[in-house]
Design a protein around this ligand. Structure first.
Ligand code: IPE
Ligand code: IPE
Ligand code: MG
Length: 232
């Protein structure tokens, strides 16, 4: 990548298009998800290499329970396999693993795996990989609101993010693959001023180069945050 390029501190990705990729390649949907997990491995390593500090990826939404039992089971199993296979790489690359989402509905065995990898990678890290799993933006806002209430805290725009699932700064850049122009209940609070990049590429085909391309595009954006730039 060119020298002058500014790397967003936090990149969020809606990893979409596994099913369509599978269909296009005459494979079962599950193999699309498996290929998607491979893409995630590459993108995590590349993100670390180029200096991203936080990477949040949407892996399973609170609405994805509407899918077939077979597909849900396959997604749960793939996440377990991912946790087991990535343990060493994450430690070696000093990547902290965290999960954002509701625990209800997730099997105790998967929760145990998640918690142990979170613990294992929590000490010495340079990048955070935040997996949104059984995640919904509305659920997160409601859960944060209830948490604040239980603690008798008065919510303000400034303190609200302290009650979200993880204390992570808002993403500067949101990427969605597979050409859909929607948020699908992802990070509703945090995306208020994120730059959005949509690519037609299906997630299993998304490469390191495509991430570089998204970052290059982000560098062309003029972020105004409601104000006016270069006006005295
Ligand atoms: C994204 O791929 C992965 C999950 C939602 C778990 P999809 O499974 O949504 O793929 P499409 O949208 O059907 O192509
Ligand atoms: C969003 O993708 C959720 C994940 C990528 C995990 P979906 O495929 O579930 O979203 P919709 O249904 O197209 O909005
Ligand atoms: Mg989809």
């Amino acid at each position: 990548m060119e020298e002058k390029i500014k790397i967003p501190k936090h990149i969020a990705i809606i990893m979409d298009g596994n099913g369509r990729w599978a269909k296009l390649n005459n494979k079962p949907r599950v193999l699309g998800h498996k290929a998607g997990a491979e893409t995630l491995r590459k993108i995590v390593t590349h993100s670390k290499k180029i200096g991203v500090k936080y990477l949040t990826v949407y892996a399973f939404s609170t609405e994805n329970w509407k899918r077939s039992k077979e597909e849900i089971e396959a997604l749960m199993l793939l996440f377990k396999l991912y946790i087991n296979s990535e343990r060493k790489t994450l430690l070696k690359n000093k990547i902290r693993f965290v999960v954002s989402g509701r625990k209800e509905g997730v099997s105790p065995s998967l929760l145990t795996l998640i918690e142990s990898l979170e613990e294992l990678t929590s000490k010495d890290y340079e990048m955070t990989l935040n997996i949104a799993f059984n995640y919904g933006g509305r659920a997160e806002i409601i859960d944060a609101f209830n948490k604040a209430n239980e603690q008798g805290m008065k919510i303000t725009e400034q303190n609200f993010s302290n009650f979200l699932y993880n204390k992570i700064p808002d993403p500067e850049l949101l990427i969605r693959t597979s050409g859909e122009f929607r948020i699908s209940n992802f990070l509703l609070w945090q995306l208020a001023y994120s730059e959005i990049y949509v690519t037609d590429i299906y997630w299993p085909d998304f490469t390191e180069k495509d991430l570089d391309e998204a970052i290059k595009d982000y560098n062309k954006r003029e972020r105004r945050f409601g104000g006016r730039l270069n006006v005295k």
